[in-house]
Design a binder for this molecule. Structure first.
Ligand code: NAD
Ligand code: UDX
Length: 463
C-alpha cells in the first residue's frame, strides 16, 4: 500500500515531534496528529510556532515549515482515522496506579480505547502502528479487539518503537541509529512492513531500517531502555564507592569508557535518572518477568530502580548532613527542575523527589529552571500527595532568573545540567549567599576548583 495519509493518535512528546519530522521529510504524505486534549491541540496550532506545547531544539522551525502544508493538528479523531491508510498509536502508557499490577504494570487503557475507536470508525483496511512503548505481546490484544469489534475490514499491526531522547528529539529523529519495524511474517504482514519502510526511506538509509517479528520489536524497546538505565545505575553505584575511597567517578567513567567494549556514552554519574520512560519501562519489564515466574530476571532488573531511588535520597540526605544536620527554615536554591537539559518535561525528575525530602525537613526551596513553569513544579509536588497543596506553595518560591533565586541562599543544588549554569558569574552569586556557601552539584557540571577558589564549599557526585 502506498501511503498518502497518516493519522497519529496522541500529540505528546513522541507523537508531536515524530509526526512533524515525517511531514517535513515526506511532503507527499498528509499527516494529521489528533488528541483528546483540546488545549494541547490548540497549543500545537498556536500561530506562533515558538508557543507549541513541547520545547525541543529545532522543533518549532520544522512545525513552522510543515504545519498547514501537510501537517495538521486536530481533535477530530474519527475523521483522521477514517481518512488515513496508516494509523500510529502514540498515547501514554503510564505505570498502573490501581488494581492488579499497581505500581508495576503498564496501564493499557488508553491503548485499548484507541483500538476500539479505530475498529468502530474504520471502513477500509488499515495498518495500525504501535508507536507507544508496550509490553511484549500487546499487538495480540490490539489485533483481537480490532478483529472482534471492527466492521469486517482487515488490519495489520506493526510495532515501530520510538528511540528518541527528549532534548535531542529532532536530531534523533532526523539521524536515527536505527528504525525498528516488527510485523507479521505473513505476506500481508510483509506488505505492511514494506509500506512503513517506504515512509522512513524518504530520509533513513535502508540498511538502518531493521525489520523483525512483532514480539522482538516490542521487547527490544523495553530492553534498550533497561540497558541504558542500567548503565546509569551502575555508574551511580560506583559514585558512592568513590566518595568513600577517594576515587573520582568522572575519572573512573573516563577510564572504563575508553574500553571499546564498554564505550563512553551514558556513564555520567548524577542525582539519578528521571524522565517518563526508564522507570516505567523497567517496572513493566519486571512485572512481565514475574508474570512468567522468572523471579531472578525480575529481581535483576528491579535493582536498577532500587539503586536510582537510593541515589536521589542519598543526594537530599547529603545536603541535610552537610548543612549541620538541619535545613529547617534554610533557603536551598535548586538550579534546574526538568529531568534533563533542553526539555520542559519534568516527569519523574529527580528534582521533585529531592525537593519533597527537603520540604519534609522544613527547608524553603527556591527554584530557577529556564523552561519549566511554576505551575508545573507545584503540580509535580502535589502529585506526590505528601502534604497539602497549600503547604507545597508555602515551601517553594520560583524565580525567573538564577541570580535572584540564589540571593540569601544557604546552599545551591544543581538538579539539571542546563548549559547556562556553567556560564554564570559565580563570584556574584557567592557574594549574595549566606556563608559558608555550599554547592551540591548533582550533575558534576561545574568547575569545582574554580568554585572552591571563590570560597564555595563544593560537593559533586562521586568525588
Ligand atoms: P504524552 O503523555 O506526552 O502524550 C500522549 C498523548 O496521548 C496525550 O496528549 C493524551 O492526551 C493523548 N491520548 C491519550 N489517550 C488518547 C486517546 N484515546 N485518543 C486521543 N489522544 C489520546 O506521552 P509521550 O511521552 O508522548 O509517550 C507516548 C508513548 O511513547 C508512551 O508509550 C511512551 O512510553 C513512549 N515513548 C516516550 C518517549 C519520550 O521520550 N517521552 C520516548 C520513546 C517512547
Ligand atoms: C530515554 C532513552 O534514552 C530513549 O532512547 C527512549 O526513547 C526514551 O527514554 P529520555 O528519558 O528522553 O530518553 O532521556 P535520556 O537522555 O535517556 O535521559 C534519561 C535520564 O537519565 C535523564 O534524567 C538524564 O539526566 C539521566 N542520565 C542520562 C544520567 O543521569 N546519566 C547519563 O549518563 C545519561
Amino acid at each position: 500500500m502506498k501511503i498518502t495519509k497518516i493519522c497519529c493518535i496522541g500529540a505528546g512528546y513522541v507523537g508531536g515531534p515524530t509526526m512533524a519530522v515525517i511531514a517535513q521529510k515526506c511532503p507527499h504524505i498528509q499527516v494529521t496528529v489528533v488528541d483528546l486534549n483540546e488545549q494541547r491541540i490548540a497549543d500545537w496550532n498556536d500561530p506562533n510556532p515558538e508557543n507549541i506545547p513541547i520545547y525541543e531544539p529545532g522543533l518549532s522551525e520544522i512545525v513552522a515549515e510543515a504545519r498547514g502544508r501537510n501537517l495538521f493538528f486536530s481533535t477530530d479523531v474519527d475523521k483522521a482515522i477514517d481518512e488515513a491508510q496508516m494509523i500510529f498509536i502514540s498515547v501514554n502508557t503510564p505505570t498502573k496506579t490501581y488494581g492488579k499490577g499497581k505500581g508495576m504494570a503498564a496501564d493499557l487503557k488508553y491503548i485499548e480505547l484507541c483500538a476500539r475507536q479505530i475498529a468502530r470508525v474504520a471502513k477500509q483496511n488499515k495498518i495500525v502502528v504501535e508507536k507507544s512503548t508496550l509490553p511484549v505481546r500487546t499487538a495480540e490484544a490490539i489485533k483481537s479487539i480490532l478483529d472482534n469489534t471492527g466492521n469486517g475490514v482487515q488490519f495489520q499491526i506493526l510495532s515501530n518503537p520510538e528511540f528518541l531522547a527528549e532534548g535531542t528529539a529532532v536530531t534523533d529523529l532526523l539521524n536515527p541509529d536505527r528504525i525498528l519495524i516488527g510485523g507479521d511474517t505473513t505476506q500481508e504482514g510483509e506488505e505492511a512492513i514494506n509500506s512503513l519502510v517506504e515512509v522512513y526511506s524518504n530520509w533513513v538509509r535502508r540498511d538502518q531500517i531493521l525489520t523483525t517479528n512483532v514480539w522482538s520489536s516490542e521487547l527490544s524497546k523495553l530492553t534498550a531502555n533497561a540497558f541504558l538505565a542500567q548503565r546509569i545505575s551502575s555508574i551511580n553505584a560506583m559514585s558512592e564507592l568513590c566518595e568513600k575511597t577517594g576515587a573520582d567517578v568522572n575519572e573512573v567513567a573516563k577510564a572504563i569508557g575508553m574500553d571499546s567494549r564498554i564505550g563512553p556514552k551514558f556513564l555520567r554519574a548524577s542525582v539519578g535518572f528521571g524522565g517518563s520512560c526508564f522507570q516505567k519501562d523497567i517496572l513493566n519489564l519486571v512485572y512481565i518477568a514475574k508474570s512468567y515466574g522468572l523471579n531472578e530476571v525480575a529481581d535483576y532488573w528491579e535493582q536498577v530502580i532500587i539503586m536510582n531511588d537510593h541515589q536521589k535520597r542519598r543526594f537530599s540526605s547529603k545536603i541535610v548532613q552537610t548543612l549541620y544536620n538541619t535545613v529547617a527554615d534554610k533557603k536551598i536554591t535548586f538550579l534546574g527542575w526538568a529531568f534533563k537539559k533542553d526539555t520542559n518535561d519534568t516527569r519523574e525528575s529527580a528534582a521533585i523527589y529531592v525537593a519533597d525530602d527537603l520540604i519534609n525537613e522544613q527547608a524553603k526551596i527556591s527554584v530557577f529552571d529556564p523552561k519549566v513553569s511554576k505551575n508545573k513544579m507545584l503540580s509535580d509536588l502535589d502529585y506526590l500527595e505528601t502534604r497539602s497543596s497549600e503547604d507545597n506553595r508555602d515551601a517553594i518560591s520560583v524565580f525567573d532568573n538564577a541570580y535572584d533565586a540564589c540571593k540569601g541562599a544557604h546552599a545551591i543544588a544543581i538538579l539539571t545540567e542546563w548549559d547556562e549554569f556553567t556560564t554564570y558569574d559565580w563570584k556574584k552569586i557567592y557574594d549574595s549567599m549566606h556563608k559558608p556557601a555550599f554547592i551540591f552539584d548533582g550533575r558534576n557540571i561545574l568547575n569545582a576548583k574554580q568554585l572552591e577558589s571563590i570560597g564555595f564549599v563544593y560537593r559533586g557526585i562521586g568525588s
